[in-house]
Design a protein around this ligand. Structure first.
Ligand SMILES: Cc1cc2nc3c(=O)[nH]c(=O)nc-3n(C[C@H](O)[C@H](O)[C@H](O)COP(=O)(O)OP(=O)(O)OC[C@H]3O[C@@H](n4cnc5c(N)ncnc54)[C@H](O)[C@@H]3O)c2cc1C
Length: 264
């Protein structure tokens, strides 16, 4: 690891000032991705601005809406009793991330900002039609995930929270990599009643995406049979030592059917 200056501001305004003032500054949430990257000398920030000193964690559930602050750990999301009642699918998703160490340090803000193609939250944010609120603006999930580890965030922009409306029912089904627990393929299905069904997929392509043919079929009829005729093309699917493109395409259908059956 190269040398760097460490800062732990207590206020968002101070974090904004710091990150803007430092030429090669980097924000840190739980450090679950950032620290290993720095240890391998793949990142060499001049300054690390640790956001864990801010008052930026917590899950708030109102009658119609869920707000999750960026610094909320996966363990906090998984154990939120309000969220378990409102959107049990998202609490369950958080409980499936990595291992206990990762769940107690990793945060929703860090996960979303990192945009790993196999991370779980991006599928949920797309299916839940979520909004990512930063220190300067609000970005719809549809416009947020741009590609492999690429988001719509501008340099030095800080995520404050993620928010979305509560769906009528939802579920997440993932085929985890047995070693890392990252998604080989994960499918999040959210049924918003008259507003339609949304399906977010992760692990399959370079970036999380919406499976629109499934959404159309499920909006007409919410059942596993309704998507039996939806063909998932393997053309642009990820291919690696863990799974071929064809296998991932097959898994998208299987995970979607499991999610539909489990939705509540
Ligand atoms: C062994 C292991 C297994 C894992 N398994 C899974 C899994 O199964 N599923 C899964 O989804 N993920 C998995 N992860 C990822 C993990 O859950 C974290 O979400 C991810 O590593 C980000 O960690 P972090 O929140 O500590 O962010 P950090 O590592 O601190 O930061 C990550 C990036 O986000 C930026 N950032 C952080 N906070 C903000 C903010 N508020 N605004 C703007 N930018 C910000 C940082 O600058 C950095 O670029 C795994 C990680 C490990 C190490």
């Amino acid at each position: 690891m190269y040398e760097f200056e460490y800062h732990r501001p207590k206020k968002l305004a101070d974090a904004v000032k710091l990150i803007k003032a430092k030429k090669e500054g980097k924000l840190m949430a739980g450090g679950m991705t950032l620290i290993p990257t720095m240890k391998q000398r793949l990142a060499a920030p001049s300054d690390v601005i640790d956001l864990s000193g801010l008052d930026n964690s917590g899950v708030k559930v109102s009658k119609t809406k869920v707000t999750i602050k960026a610094g909320t750990t996966h363990a906090e999301v998984a154990s939120s009793s309000d969220l378990k009642k409102a959107v049990p699918a998202l609490a369950a998703l958080a409980g499936m991330i990595g291992d206990p160490h990762v769940r107690h340090r990793g945060t929703i803000g860090g996960s979303v900002a990192n945009a790993d193609p196999a991370a779980d939250y991006p599928a949920a944010l797309l299916a839940l039609n979520a909004k990512v609120v930063t220190d300067t603006r609000t970005i719809e999930a549809d416009k947020f995930f741009k590609g492999l580890f690429e988001t719509a965030l501008r340099t030095n922009e800080i995520i404050k929270q993620v928010e979305f409306e509560i769906p009528a029912k939802a579920a997440y089904s993932k085929f985890p990599n047995p070693a890392s627990r990252y998604a080989m393929v994960g499918v999040f299905v959210a049924d918003f009643g008259k507003k339609g069904v949304r399906v977010g997929v992760t692990g399959a392509k370079g970036s999380a995406y919406r499976e629109k043919a499934m959404e159309k079929a499920l909006t007409a009829e919410f059942s596993a049979d309704a998507i039996a005729g939806v063909k998932i093309k393997a053309d642009d699917m990820n291919e690696d030592i863990h799974a071929s493109a064809e296998y991932r395409a097959h898994l998208v259908g299987v995970m979607a059917k499991r999610a539909i059956a489990a939705a509540k």
